[in-house]
Design a binder for this molecule. Structure first.
Ligand code: UD1
Ligand code: MG
Length: 457
């Protein structure tokens, strides 16, 4: 195996997206396109990855961090010009260079690996990944000559009517002999309809020099989709969503309706978990085994144990234990830590709160900035009053506490272990362990008072 390098082209503005966001940063299944590309490239054994950045350079760099080196393309003069910017990073090195566009997020690592393997086997100077498109409009066409050998690639805009009938397209992914690539690039001109330096022209140049150029034909056009506008973006989303869902199903997850289930690329789900329709699972969420998720549930960046049930609820950036029951219509906001066997019931909102094992807030509560111990029962309608208009304060509820319905716990306040708070109380001072705290006016019944009212005849 020779040395391997990769160049990712990500400097374009993406005019056809008509967007403030640079094209390669548009997410597909929750992850920027260029991140998909680099994650796939990273699965190969590549010595140096150079990403060519230009439009939105800082944003792209911020996204990819130290996963690669960077080359700046100040002016976007075309894909050949873009690759040339990587010269100082790679020039003179011997080996194989994979070039891939930042707008083809669906090309799998296995396909790249097969392309590189074919390239190395055939000792070619260039190997193009091609595919057959039912509708090849917009793509470069692969023109083959005698014996079916690749002659050159012609861009859609430069192609004759006859050439436009060709359905074999350039996917924008290639392998090159590194040294041959950089010497051929110097010969690329910009005499074409777009006035750009086209990378595909390198193929014809190498061919004319008598070098071997081969093609690896993918049998899956969907995989090679190039995202240039929002229509293609939605197609990419659909294709990837299907791929992700199928992967989970093959791993033992039941997805009742894959068409309405949106699972982002990096989510992990354990066996025998069932996902009901209308659910979105996002970010780096990790869901355990035997869970029941949905319907109509949104989970993002959560770690969830085994056997937990989340119905019709929204759960963000939190830790959720095993055998927890959440919903329906609950909202768990960021930085919450819900331990095992907790119940967060109907219309309950939790924010930045710890819930100890077995505790319950079953109905209509707001618990924010709180530490709730184990086996606590928070009665219907009780809330933590965590905000004085300026600052937020902590409410501590120790183990085995019982909070009666419709209580206000005005923070900062601590309810000692085993204490009871009477229903309807507004608690402004700490409650000692095992105490019963009643903090409301005593009831007065005025017998026959209604009869005395003037308006009552
Ligand atoms: C390109 C190919 C086309 C192929 C298609 C596959 C060329 C000339 N055409 O067309 O043959 O069928 O991909 O999807 O290569 N970029 C830069 N700097 C530039 C120009 C582009 O970094 O100066 C980057 C873009 O950010 C993008 C990639 O290169 O990630 C491809 O550019 P794009 O404009 O999308 O090319 P296509 O028209 O799709
Ligand atoms: Mg493109």
């Amino acid at each position: 195996m020779s040395n391997r390098y990769a160049i990712i082209l990500a400097a374009g503005q993406g005019t056809r997206m008509k967007s403030k966001l640079y094209k390669v940063l548009h997410p597909v299944c929750g992850k920027p396109m260029v991140q998909h590309v680099i994650d796939h490239v990273n699965q190969l054994q590549i010595e140096d990855i150079v990403t060519v950045i230009g439009h939105g350079a800082e944003k792209v760099q911020e996204q990819l961090g130290d996963l690669c080196k960077y080359a700046l393309q100040d002016q976007q003069l075309g894909t050949a010009h873009a690759v040339m910017q990587a010269e100082s990073a790679l020039s003179g090195k011997s080996g194989t260079t994979l070039v891939i566009c930042g707008d083809t997020p669906l090309i799998k690592a296995e396909t790249m690996e097969e392309l590189i393997a074919l390239h190395e086997r055939s000792q070619a100077k260039a190997t193009i990944l091609t595919a057959y498109a039912d509708n090849p409009t917009g793509y470069g066409r692969v023109l083959r000559g005698e014996g079916g050998l690749v002659e050159k690639i012609v861009e859609h805009k430069d192609a004759s009517d006859e050439e436009r009938y060709v359905k074999e397209i350039n996917t924008g992914t290639y392998c090159f002999d590194n040294q041959a690539l950089f010497s051929a690039l110097k010969k690329v001109s910009n005499e074409n309809v777009q006035g750009e330096y086209y990378l595909p022209d390198v193929i014809e140049i190498l061919k004319q020099e008598g070098e071997t150029v081969t093609a690896f034909q993918s049998n899956d056009f969907e995989e090679t989709l190039g995202v240039n506008d929002r229509v293609a973006l939605s197609q990419a989303e659909q294709i990837l969503r299907k791929r992700i869902n199928e992967l989970h199903m093959r791993n033992g997850v039941t997805i009742i309706d894959p068409l309405t289930t949106f699972i982002e690329a990096d989510v992990q789900i354990g066996q025998d978990t069932i996902i009901n329709p209308g659910s979105s699972i996002k970010g780096n969420s990790v869901i355990g085994q035997d869970c029941l998720i949905g319907p109509n549930t949104e989970i993002s960046n959560c770690e969830i144990g085994d056997g937990t049930e989340i119905f019709q609820s929204v759960v963000h950036e939190s830790m959720i234990g095993s055998a927890v029951k959440i919903g329906p219509f609950a909202h768990v906001r960021p930085n919450s830590d819900i331990h095992d066997s907790v119940k967060i019931g109907n219309f309950v909102e939790i924010k930045k709160a710890v819930f100890g094992k077995g505790s319950k807030a079953s109905h209509l509560s707001y618990i924010g900035d709180a530490e709730v111990g184990e086996n606590v029962n928070i009665g219907c309608g009780s809330i933590t009053v965590n905000y004085d208009g300026k600052n937020k304060y902590l409410t501590k509820i120790e183990d085995n506490v019982f909070i009666g319905c419709n209580s206000n716990l005005v923070a900062p306040v601590t309810i000692g272990e085993g204490a009871y708070v009477a229903a309807g109380s507004t608690i402004t001072q700490n409650v000692p362990q095992e105490a019963l705290s009643v903090a409301r006016a005593r009831q007065v019944n005025k017998e026959d008072y209604v009869k005395k009212l003037k308006f009552n005849k």
